[in-house]
Design a protein around this ligand. Sequence first.
Ligand code: CUA
Length: 167
Amino acid sequence: MADTADAPAVDIGPAEHRWFVVVALVVVFLFVVIIVTGLHWAAQPPSNVEAIDASRLHLAGEFMEGNLGTAMQPDGSALVRVLAQQYSFVPACIVVPTQTRVVIRATSPDVVHGFLITDTNVNTMVVPGFVAEVRTRFEQPGEHLMPCHEYCSIGHEGMWAREGRRP
Ligand code: CUA
Protein backbone atom coordinates (compact mmCIF):
# COMPACT_ATOMS: atom_id res chain seq x y z
CA MET A 1 0.00 0.00 0.00
CA ALA A 2 2.66 2.47 1.05
CA ASP A 3 4.79 1.58 -2.00
CA THR A 4 2.13 2.53 -4.49
CA ALA A 5 1.25 5.66 -2.60
CA ASP A 6 4.89 6.74 -2.56
CA ALA A 7 5.67 5.81 -6.19
CA PRO A 8 6.34 8.81 -8.39
CA ALA A 9 3.37 9.68 -10.54
CA VAL A 10 3.93 8.85 -14.22
CA ASP A 11 1.83 10.69 -16.75
CA ILE A 12 0.95 8.12 -19.40
CA GLY A 13 -1.32 10.54 -21.23
CA PRO A 14 1.15 11.48 -24.02
CA ALA A 15 2.07 7.81 -24.67
CA GLU A 16 -1.61 6.84 -24.81
CA HIS A 17 -2.22 9.64 -27.25
CA ARG A 18 0.70 8.63 -29.46
CA TRP A 19 -0.54 5.03 -29.63
CA PHE A 20 -4.07 6.22 -30.37
CA VAL A 21 -2.71 8.12 -33.36
CA VAL A 22 -0.67 5.10 -34.55
CA VAL A 23 -3.66 2.74 -34.32
CA ALA A 24 -5.94 5.26 -36.03
CA LEU A 25 -3.44 5.62 -38.89
CA VAL A 26 -3.25 1.82 -39.29
CA VAL A 27 -7.06 1.56 -39.45
CA VAL A 28 -7.28 4.40 -41.98
CA PHE A 29 -4.51 2.79 -44.05
CA LEU A 30 -6.35 -0.58 -44.12
CA PHE A 31 -9.60 1.11 -45.18
CA VAL A 32 -7.77 2.90 -48.00
CA VAL A 33 -6.22 -0.40 -49.15
CA ILE A 34 -9.64 -2.10 -49.16
CA ILE A 35 -11.33 0.73 -51.04
CA VAL A 36 -8.55 1.21 -53.61
CA THR A 37 -8.14 -2.51 -54.36
CA GLY A 38 -11.94 -2.97 -54.45
CA LEU A 39 -12.31 -0.18 -57.02
CA HIS A 40 -9.22 -1.18 -58.96
CA TRP A 41 -10.29 -4.81 -59.31
CA ALA A 42 -13.99 -3.87 -59.63
CA ALA A 43 -14.84 -6.47 -56.97
CA GLN A 44 -14.02 -9.27 -59.37
CA PRO A 45 -12.46 -12.62 -58.53
CA PRO A 46 -8.67 -12.39 -58.20
CA SER A 47 -7.97 -14.84 -61.03
CA ASN A 48 -9.47 -15.96 -64.32
CA VAL A 49 -11.83 -13.03 -64.75
CA GLU A 50 -14.06 -14.60 -67.37
CA ALA A 51 -17.64 -13.39 -67.20
CA ILE A 52 -20.71 -15.48 -67.96
CA ASP A 53 -24.45 -14.78 -67.69
CA ALA A 54 -25.39 -16.73 -64.55
CA SER A 55 -29.13 -16.53 -65.35
CA ARG A 56 -28.81 -18.33 -68.70
CA LEU A 57 -26.43 -21.19 -67.91
CA HIS A 58 -29.09 -23.85 -68.49
CA LEU A 59 -30.30 -22.32 -71.76
CA ALA A 60 -27.20 -21.99 -73.86
CA GLY A 61 -23.43 -22.25 -73.84
CA GLU A 62 -20.85 -24.54 -72.36
CA PHE A 63 -22.60 -25.15 -69.03
CA MET A 64 -25.80 -26.64 -70.49
CA GLU A 65 -26.62 -30.00 -68.90
CA GLY A 66 -25.36 -32.06 -71.83
CA ASN A 67 -21.94 -30.40 -71.70
CA LEU A 68 -21.29 -31.03 -67.99
CA GLY A 69 -18.76 -33.62 -66.87
CA THR A 70 -15.53 -34.78 -68.49
CA ALA A 71 -14.79 -34.33 -72.18
CA MET A 72 -11.51 -35.42 -73.77
CA GLN A 73 -9.95 -32.73 -75.93
CA PRO A 74 -8.12 -33.05 -79.25
CA ASP A 75 -4.82 -32.19 -77.51
CA GLY A 76 -5.22 -35.20 -75.17
CA SER A 77 -6.22 -33.22 -72.08
CA ALA A 78 -9.44 -33.71 -70.15
CA LEU A 79 -11.83 -30.79 -69.83
CA VAL A 80 -14.26 -30.95 -66.91
CA ARG A 81 -17.24 -28.64 -66.65
CA VAL A 82 -18.96 -28.42 -63.28
CA LEU A 83 -21.93 -26.50 -62.00
CA ALA A 84 -21.90 -25.60 -58.31
CA GLN A 85 -25.38 -24.76 -57.11
CA GLN A 86 -27.47 -24.77 -53.94
CA TYR A 87 -26.84 -27.54 -52.80
CA SER A 88 -25.04 -29.86 -55.12
CA PHE A 89 -22.36 -30.17 -57.72
CA VAL A 90 -23.41 -31.26 -61.20
CA PRO A 91 -22.21 -33.84 -61.94
CA ALA A 92 -21.87 -35.20 -58.41
CA CYS A 93 -19.23 -37.72 -59.49
CA ILE A 94 -16.52 -36.69 -61.90
CA VAL A 95 -14.28 -39.30 -63.51
CA VAL A 96 -11.02 -38.21 -65.13
CA PRO A 97 -8.02 -40.13 -66.50
CA THR A 98 -4.73 -40.32 -64.61
CA GLN A 99 -1.45 -38.90 -65.94
CA THR A 100 -3.36 -36.47 -68.09
CA ARG A 101 -3.67 -32.71 -67.98
CA VAL A 102 -7.06 -31.89 -66.43
CA VAL A 103 -8.68 -28.50 -66.86
CA ILE A 104 -11.65 -27.85 -64.62
CA ARG A 105 -14.11 -25.07 -65.40
CA ALA A 106 -16.79 -24.30 -62.85
CA THR A 107 -19.47 -21.70 -62.40
CA SER A 108 -22.51 -21.04 -60.24
CA PRO A 109 -26.07 -20.05 -61.15
CA ASP A 110 -26.93 -18.77 -57.67
CA VAL A 111 -24.47 -17.80 -54.91
CA VAL A 112 -20.76 -18.10 -54.14
CA HIS A 113 -19.63 -21.68 -53.59
CA GLY A 114 -16.26 -23.26 -52.95
CA PHE A 115 -14.64 -25.90 -55.08
CA LEU A 116 -11.99 -28.12 -53.52
CA ILE A 117 -10.61 -31.55 -54.38
CA THR A 118 -8.96 -33.08 -51.35
CA ASP A 119 -5.21 -33.84 -51.55
CA THR A 120 -4.73 -31.81 -54.74
CA ASN A 121 -3.92 -28.23 -55.70
CA VAL A 122 -7.55 -27.66 -56.71
CA ASN A 123 -9.13 -25.05 -54.45
CA THR A 124 -11.10 -22.10 -55.76
CA MET A 125 -14.15 -19.97 -55.19
CA VAL A 126 -17.01 -20.34 -57.64
CA VAL A 127 -18.57 -16.93 -58.09
CA PRO A 128 -21.85 -16.48 -59.99
CA GLY A 129 -21.26 -14.52 -63.17
CA PHE A 130 -17.70 -15.79 -63.56
CA VAL A 131 -16.03 -19.00 -64.71
CA ALA A 132 -13.44 -20.43 -62.34
CA GLU A 133 -10.74 -22.38 -64.12
CA VAL A 134 -8.14 -24.62 -62.48
CA ARG A 135 -5.61 -27.01 -63.93
CA THR A 136 -4.36 -30.16 -62.30
CA ARG A 137 -3.01 -33.63 -62.96
CA PHE A 138 -3.59 -36.92 -61.18
CA GLU A 139 -0.74 -39.40 -61.06
CA GLN A 140 -2.44 -42.22 -59.11
CA PRO A 141 -5.93 -43.70 -59.43
CA GLY A 142 -8.18 -43.08 -56.46
CA GLU A 143 -11.17 -41.23 -55.13
CA HIS A 144 -11.33 -37.78 -53.58
CA LEU A 145 -14.02 -35.77 -51.87
CA MET A 146 -15.14 -32.42 -53.25
CA PRO A 147 -16.76 -30.43 -50.46
CA CYS A 148 -18.15 -26.96 -50.98
CA HIS A 149 -16.04 -24.75 -48.71
CA GLU A 150 -17.84 -21.43 -48.92
CA TYR A 151 -20.89 -21.06 -46.73
CA CYS A 152 -23.77 -20.91 -49.23
CA SER A 153 -26.84 -21.13 -46.93
CA ILE A 154 -28.59 -23.81 -44.92
CA GLY A 155 -27.74 -26.74 -47.21
CA HIS A 156 -24.03 -25.93 -47.27
CA GLU A 157 -22.89 -28.85 -45.12
CA GLY A 158 -24.64 -31.31 -47.44
CA MET A 159 -22.94 -30.00 -50.57
CA TRP A 160 -20.44 -32.70 -51.49
CA ALA A 161 -19.29 -34.46 -54.62
CA ARG A 162 -16.67 -37.02 -55.55
CA GLU A 163 -13.81 -37.03 -57.95
CA GLY A 164 -12.55 -40.39 -59.14
CA ARG A 165 -9.73 -41.31 -61.48
CA ARG A 166 -9.48 -44.25 -63.75
CA PRO A 167 -6.01 -45.51 -64.78
CU1 CUA B 1 -22.15 -24.47 -51.73
CU2 CUA B 1 -21.43 -24.21 -49.47
